[in-house]
Design a protein around this ligand. Structure first.
Ligand code: NAP
Length: 307
């Protein structure tokens, strides 16, 4: 097995930026992505806060530009799942086992596997996933043309996706557990001005109900305890993310599963770096993930030079 300089796990904004910087630094590297390159941004309808685009850019377009840029520089982007990861102390390299039995080796690794949407964890959620319960408005909103939907959550994702859903749904209930949204002020303003969005504050969804498909959500008011029901055809859940770090050694993780890094994106394990949404204290923005990726690649280069 030929030992590479660098393996980058994940081809979202962090991983692709690391690949761009790694290729320009002359490293022999491979990028491993379990789905298609692009990461979470692929399911974002449009991105308004990535510098360089005066007009909002569709999420898929921004990511396909990053992918093309990395490929033009010669990055080897492979589609596979990492099933095993270990440090070979005798020979001083990381062993990365891929699905299907292939084994890769590298002197340095950048973990950029991002984060996944959290589940709400209420009765009916799992049963109706794909039958009215969704975690991606960009993917599924068109199924709810002139129908009534609910969005659960109050962060930037919930606000953006609720606004997107109004292109299709006649009415979007935005169910949030507090009386103030967490998301950006500009998005809050757009939500409150949108005649198709009905904010439902101080309320949690306690179950998702129906026969063959979603027909309603049961709710509870957090202040009064009052139970209620909202008739809906679909429920979109955006209640935060959890880091995709199950494949990494426990010792480099914080209690919540995020990777602990220093300002150079170095973990506590020499040669292992982390970048993007999976790292502790990330602001979870595309621009931050790309910066992390660049920092991690340059740190990996310095590390390799020091060996
Ligand atoms: P988030 O900011 O963590 O917000 C999660 C929301 O879900 C919060 O409003 C939270 O309520 C609510 N929530 C959590 N658990 C819940 C539960 N069990 N039941 C009901 N509600 C629950 O997550 P996010 O909106 O997905 O955003 C993740 C990160 O990506 C953030 O840093 C965000 O700024 C960033 N992001 C940025 C953009 C952008 O800049 N355009 C777009 C999307 C995401 P509380 O408010 O009460 O905690």
């Amino acid at each position: 097995m030929k030992i590479k300089d660098l393996i980058i796990a994940g081809a979202g904004p962090a991983g692709l930026s690391a690949a761009i910087y790694g290729m320009r630094a002359g490293m022999d590297l491979a990028v491993i992505e379990k789905l298609a390159p692009g990461g979470q941004v692929m399911t974002t309808y449009e991105v308004e806060n990535y510098p360089g685009f005066a007009e909002p850019v569709p999420g898929w377009e921004l990511m396909s530009r990053m992918e093309n840029q990395a490929r033009r520089l010669g990055a080897d982007i492979r589609s596979s799942q990492i099933e095993g990861f270990a440090w070979n102390d005798a020979e001083k390299y990381f062993r990365v086992a891929l699905a299907g039995g292939e084994m890769l080796g590298a002197r340095a690794v950048i973990a950029a596997t991002g984060a996944s949407l959290m589940k709400l964890g209420v009765p009916g959620e799992a049963d109706f996933t794909g039958r009215g319960v969704s975690y991606c408005a960009t993917c599924d909103a068109a199924f709810f043309r002139e129908k009534v939907t609910a969005v659960v959550g109050g962060g930037n994702t919930a606000l953006e996706e609720a606004i997107y859903l109004t292109k299709f749904s006649s009415k979007v209930y935005l169910v949030h557990r507090r009386d103030q949204f967490r998301g950006a002020k500009l998005l809050q303003q757009r939500v409150l001005e949108n005649p198709r969005i009905v904010p439902v504050f101080d309320t949690v969804v306690t179950s998702i109900n129906g026969e063959l498909r979603v027909e309603s959500v049961s709710t509870a008011n957090k202040k009064t305890g009052e139970a209620g029901t909202i008739a809906v055809d679909g429920v979109f859940i955006f209640v935060g993310y959890q880091p995709n770090t199950a494949w990494l050694p426990r010792g480099i993780l914080a209690a919540n599963g995020e990777v602990i890094v220093d300002m150079h994106m170095r973990t506590t394990m020499p040669g292992l770096f982390a970048a993007g949404d999976l790292r502790k204290d990330s602001i979870r923005q595309i621009v931050a993930a790309t910066a992390d990726g660049a920092t991690a690649a340059l740190s990996a280069y310095e590390y390799l030079e020091s060996l």
